[in-house]
Design a protein around this ligand. Structure first.
Ligand SMILES: Cc1cc2nc3c(=O)[nH]c(=O)nc-3n(C[C@H](O)[C@H](O)[C@H](O)COP(=O)(O)O)c2cc1C
Length: 346
């Protein structure tokens, strides 16, 4: 089978301090809607195909209060979908915070106004700090994904004319003769992030995209082939995406110096809070060090010269990755530089 081509996307800065937990050269206004719209339009003009936001409800303390100011991602997508015309835009939704009927209706509306360019990233939640603030109990890991599976199955039915009306029974949702209209012309794509057994199994069975956190590019190969094997066993195909944190300079030393400057200015309190919740609540980041997380928030580091970066992205593609959702220290400036220096090499 011919290999699918590598698609480009952005993991967007709709939250403050994206993507580094560091005080090094912070752009205070990057999270704003005006900034996100400018980045989205530039990405679309360079042929990027996907934008994904982060969903956060609270910051992580320290000097940065990492991700503490954030734009909600369905309303954010609604505006961006009207500002753009070709690029696909996802929303990131915490399953325990919304009833699936609400997201099904929002999704059908967003699909309708965007000519089917909207997609959904379902996240099960992992931060005690966030859910605790709301009085919501973080369920145990396996139960979390059982709930997310039920949520996705209900969405699939609400986005299918043939499936309606339907009954659905689970520990979380009791649906009787469920129906919704309009039904999107094309069912919106559903992504799930996570590299744990539970995440991979749920994604393989029910989702279209798997978002993978990987500590290094070579290590992504085993994760991708595991997800592909699981998807095949369900008679399905799942596409895979990673989120590289990309830094490049005239020389490798220059890129390394920039990375080290970010790490040296790391916010120890926010990094510790992030690391604590992430490793307590998820199975994906156990082999990340505090410095790796501080620089990229959990994205894989890809740095060096422009050629080095292109080579590492090509390697990810050869290992089966379909999409790279890039993050940059300075999104707009770096996006223009990426289009000029690296895209021609890909
Ligand atoms: C690319 C990517 C994006 C994610 N976005 C969010 C997010 O916006 N909000 C959130 O609470 N969790 C987010 N997560 C966390 C996942 O939903 C999941 O909880 C985490 O990866 C741990 O999953 P696991 O324990 O199943 O491996 C993201 C993870 C990845 C890899």
């Amino acid at each position: 089978m011919a290999q699918r081509r590598l698609s480009l996307g952005l993991f967007m800065p709709n939250c403050s301090n994206m993507p580094s937990i560091s005080t090094h050269e912070v752009d205070e206004n990057q999270w704003t809607y005006a900034s996100n719209e400018a980045i989205a339009l530039a990405a679309e003009s360079y042929g990027f195909e996907y934008l994904f936001p982060v969903s956060r409800w609270r910051g992580f303390g320290g000097d940065t209060n990492f991700l503490g100011t954030s734009l909600e991602t369905t309303t954010w997508a609604s505006a961006l979908l009207r500002a753009t015309s070709r690029i696909n835009i996802f929303s990131t939704v915490h399953v325990p915070l919304f009833h699936p009927f609400v997201i099904a209706k929002m999704g059908a509306t967003l699909a309708h106004i965007s000519n089917d360019r909207w997609g959904l990233n379902v996240v099960s939640g992992w931060s005690e700090r966030e859910f605790g603030m709301m009085g919501i109990t973080l369920e145990d890991h396996a139960r979390r994904y059982e709930r997310t599976a039920a949520f996705v199955e209900i969405l699939r039915n609400l986005w299918s004319q043939e499936a309606q009306p339907f009954d659905f029974s689970s520990d979380w949702y009791q649906i009787t003769a469920g129906e919704a209209s309009p039904v999107p012309r094309v069912p919106p794509k559903i992504a799930n992030a996570g590299a744990s057994h539970d995440a991979k199994e749920m994604t393989a069975r029910l989702c279209d995209w798997a978002f993978i956190s990987t500590p290094s590019i070579p290590e992504v190969g085993a994760i991708v082939s595991d997800i592909n094997t699981r998807a095949t066993s369900h008679g399905r195909t799942v596409r895979t995406a990673i989120f590289p944190f990309v830094i490049w300079g005239e020389s490798r030393d220059q890129a390394e110096d920039q990375l080290q400057a970010i790490i040296e200015a790391k916010d120890p309190v926010a990094t510790e809070n992030w690391l604590h919740d992430l490793t307590a609540g998820s199975g994906s980041f156990d082999s990340f060090t505090s410095d790796m997380l501080a620089a990229s928030g959990g994205g894989v580091h890809v740095h060096g010269t422009a050629e080095d970066v292109a080579e590492q992205l090509r390697e990810a593609h050869q290992l089966g990755v379909d999409l790279v959702m890039l993050t940059f220290p300075h999104y707009l400036k770096d996006l223009h530089r990426f289009a000029e220096h690296i895209q021609p090499l890909l």
